[in-house]
Design a protein around this ligand. Structure first.
Ligand SMILES: CC(C)(COP(=O)(O)OP(=O)(O)OC[C@H]1O[C@@H](n2cnc3c(N)ncnc32)[C@H](O)[C@@H]1OP(=O)(O)O)[C@@H](O)C(=O)NCCC(=O)NCCS
Length: 331
């Protein structure tokens, strides 16, 4: 290995919670004026998972954390910190992490949310690793969980075809120092907040009968602008992390970008110079699950044998805010 681990941690377990209900492009053709051909060509998405009406974000988070703990040979009681990254919280307060803890039937562990949109799990990982390094925590559950289907205008074809529901969780410990973050960076540009946001429901514009009638509790997105910023932000964050790690693109074993759209992922890969066989994607099966996309992809990559001990994993994401992050992780 040519580069040293600067922020030591080890992924000791990973898990997911994905709803059983599949919504295909053919189903969407019956709901809005769209076609399977348009959706596949512009986004790469073929189907996505949607929760039943009685499921909240914390249900998915609890399922993913329980599975991740099982994968690590641990009980959920062994977690001393729970971080849930989400843009679709159960309630404005308390945090979804606290509702998750209640559903897991445990208490005592510190529990809080991170709001960084689709970059949320990467922000949460950075925080979790910092807590391990500071000695504040010994074992952290880092979860990305979303019920995007509750904040979608199902009559708006430009957004409703893009998103899906799901959760992914990762259990991290300090490890022996041979694994962890080789280099990472994160950032945000709040000036771009108005191009992707939920207009009503917060203190800026509290919920009223008018905001509901105007569908202002759904995702508002300027798709073309988001697309441009996404490619720029993700490729820059990943390339910077690679430079700081002293690794060339050929040294990357796997690239996991945020799973928003196959064209954004592909453009990011090309700009980073990583070969196409090393791009890992699940967007065709699940759509954009916001903060859940990266940890669900990570779980699939581990399960499919695409990540071995010692592999160099490049991860990059962008999201509402706009926020972004890039990391190179030695597995
Ligand atoms: C949304 C997105 C797929 C649209 O793709 P695009 O190639 O930019 O398409 P445009 O927005 O230019 O729209 C092209 C045409 O398709 C139409 N269209 C939009 N959605 C459609 C749909 N689901 N089915 C069919 N036609 C659609 C538009 O109305 C437009 O028609 P017009 O030319 O007659 O006006 C793309 O902009 C995107 O992926 N943006 C980033 C979104 C994202 O990642 N968001 C999450 C951030 S975490």
């Amino acid at each position: 290995m040519t580069s040293s681990v600067r922020k030591p941690f080890k992924i000791v377990g990973a898990g997911v919670s994905l709803p059983d209900k599949v919504l295909t492009n053919a189903d969407l053709e019956k709901m809005v004026n769209t076609s399977d051909e348009w959706i596949v060509e512009r986004t790469g998405i073929r189907e996505r998972r949607i929760v039943e009406s009685d499921v909240a974000t914390s249900d998915l988070a609890a399922g993913a954390l329980a599975q991740a703990c099982g994968d690590a040979g641990l009980s959920v009681r062994d977690l001393d910190t729970i971080i849930v990254a989400t843009s679709t919280p159960d309630t404005v307060f308390p945090s979804t992490a606290c509702w998750t803890q209640r559903k897991l039937g445990i208490k005592g562990a510190a529990a809080f949310d991170v709001s960084a949109g689709c970059t949320g799990w990467m922000y949460a990982l950075e925080l979790g690793v910092a807590l391990l390094m500071a000695g504040t925590s010994r074992r952290v559950g880092v979860c990305g969980a979303e019920v995007m289907s509750r904040v979608i205008d199902w009559t708006d074809r430009s957004t409703c075809v893009l998103f899906g529901d799901g959760a992914g969780a990762t259990i991290i410990e300090k490890g022996d120092g041979s694994t962890g973050i080789l280099a990472s960076n994160w950032g945000a540009d709040g000036n771009l907040a108005p191009i992707l946001y939920q207009p009503a429901g917060g203190t800026q514009k509290p919920a009223t009968a008018e905001t509901v009638a105007a569908r202002e509790h759904a995702v508002y997105m300027e798709g073309n602008a988001v697309f441009r910023h996404a490619v720029r932000a993700m490729s820059r964050a990943a390339s910077l992390a690679l430079d700081d790690a002293g690794l060339g693109p050929d040294a990357v074993d796997l690239l996991i970008p945020h799973q928003a759209n196959i064209r954004i992922m592909e453009a990011t890969r090309q700009r980073c110079g990583v070969s196409s066989d090393r791009l890992f994607g699940i967007v065709d099966r699940y759509g954009n699950m916001s903060a859940a996309s990266v940890p669900v992809a990570l779980h699939h990559a581990r399960r499919d044998g695409r990540l071995a001990d010692g592999s160099a994993l490049a991860v990059t994401a962008f999201g509402t805010g706009l926020t972004w992050a890039g990391s190179v992780i030695r597995m």
